[in-house]
Design a protein around this ligand. Structure first.
Ligand code: TLP
Length: 343
């Protein structure tokens, strides 16, 4: 049987032989005692790359986001985010469940929240009967909007707004690497406009597990405490951190190739007349489109039968994600199969 072409997510990437070798040879120790040299090295490397005082290795992107929100808020507080934010749609209600906070989702094209709209929903200081606004959250790139890039000028305005109202700014930078490679803006420049950042090693960078959170030293000290309290204290985890370090060192710049693959796929489909797509939104490695000829579920089923795995985006949308484990040829083949099944 032919190999499946898995375009459901960039999380499906498997560690390469070289990455596995780095894992095999990793020096390890008990990280709960801060004695794992590989974890320490990864955290130092990531803090440096992100231009922050300190960083912490956590098991997942979800835990990264939620630890950051927990440290920045108190129960009853509110976090402003986009209505399609990962923290709102895909994190199992954990802002409420883990931190007792609520989210205020606002609308915005391509995952971008306008400072004017955000300012309108910041709760007045004097309104003791309302929740306290505490954080403005940005997701860059924006998953559900189709891997779109949050413009740096808008980020700066949201930072200025946050500072004017005494709010924190948090970045869900699960795919900040993709934004950086696509724009040429360094990850440290992006991170400089936020108090906290969470970014994933296990997506396009190809590590099997793990995320990094970064911020000021005191922030990370508190985050370290919360990670332990939530059962995320890990022991000889250098074996995994080695994969993360390898991912940052060797798989960051190659993301450009994934972006080329996404453009190639989108271009092939765009002119068919069988889908609706905002071709300009294909800025990184995610493609979202609306099939015109059949239902999303039917298309996914037919493609699966033909060896192509796709996923869903927002209602009525198909999501396609390119990554290092699919070749240009496979992308071409997948696009042909999707076109055939669109009828
Ligand atoms: N996203 C996953 C699914 O949850 C949708 C995917 O396949 O894209 N922030 C953003 C922007 C993400 O896209 C994700 C994962 C996370 C956080 C959470 O990361 P993990 O899966 O490591 O908890």
């Amino acid at each position: 049987m032919n190999k499946m072409i898995d375009l459901r997510s960039d999380t499906v990437t498997k560690p390469s032989q070289e990455m596995r070798k780095a894992m095999l040879n990793a020096e390890v120790g008990d990280d709960v005692y801060k004695e794992d040299p590989t974890v320490n090295k990864l955290e130092e490397y990531a803090a440096d790359l992100l231009g922050k005082e300190d960083a912490l290795f956590v098991p997942s992107g979800l835990m990264g986001n939620q630890i950051c929100l927990n440290v920045l808020t108190n129960p009853g507080d509110e976090v402003i985010c986009h209505k399609d934010a990962h923290i709102f749609i895909y994190e199992s209600g954990s802002p409420a469940a883990l931190s007792g906070i609520q989210l205020f989702p606002v609308a915005g094209e391509r995952g971008i929240i306008s400072p004017e709209l955000v300012e309108e929903v910041i709760r007045p200081e004097s309104a003791y009967y309302m929740p306290r606004t505490k954080v403005i959250e940005v997701e860059n790139t924006h998953n559900r909007a189709g891997g779109t890039i949050h413009p740096i000028e808008n980020i700066k305005k949201l930072r200025e707004l946050g500072q004017r109202h005494n709010l924190y700014n948090h970045l869900d930078g699960a795919r900040i690497w993709n934004a950086s490679v696509a724009t040429g803006i360094s990850v440290s420049e992006y991170a400089s406009h936020f108090d906290s950042i969470s970014c994933c090693l296990s997506k396009g960078l190809g590590a099997p597990i793990g995320s990094i959170i970064a911020g000021e030293r005191d922030f990370i000290k508190e985050a370290y405490r919360i990670r332990k309290a939530w059962g995320g204290g890990m022991r000889q985890v250098g074996i995994i951190a080695a994969a993360g370090l390898f991912a940052l060192q060797y798989n960051f710049r190659r993301l450009e190739e994934d972006h080329q693959k996404a453009k190639m796929f989108a271009d092939k489909l765009a002119n068919s007349g069988k889908i609706e797509i905002d071709i300009k939104s294909v800025e990184t490695n995610i493609i979202m489109f609306r099939p015109k000829t059949l239902k999303v579920e039917e298309l996914l089923k037919k493609c699966l039968e033909d060896g192509v795995m796709l996923s869903t985006g927002s209602v009525g949308m198909v999501r396609v994600v390119t990554h290092m484990d699919v070749s240009f040829d496979e992308i071409e083949k997948a696009a042909e199969i999707v076109l055939k099944n669109l009828g």
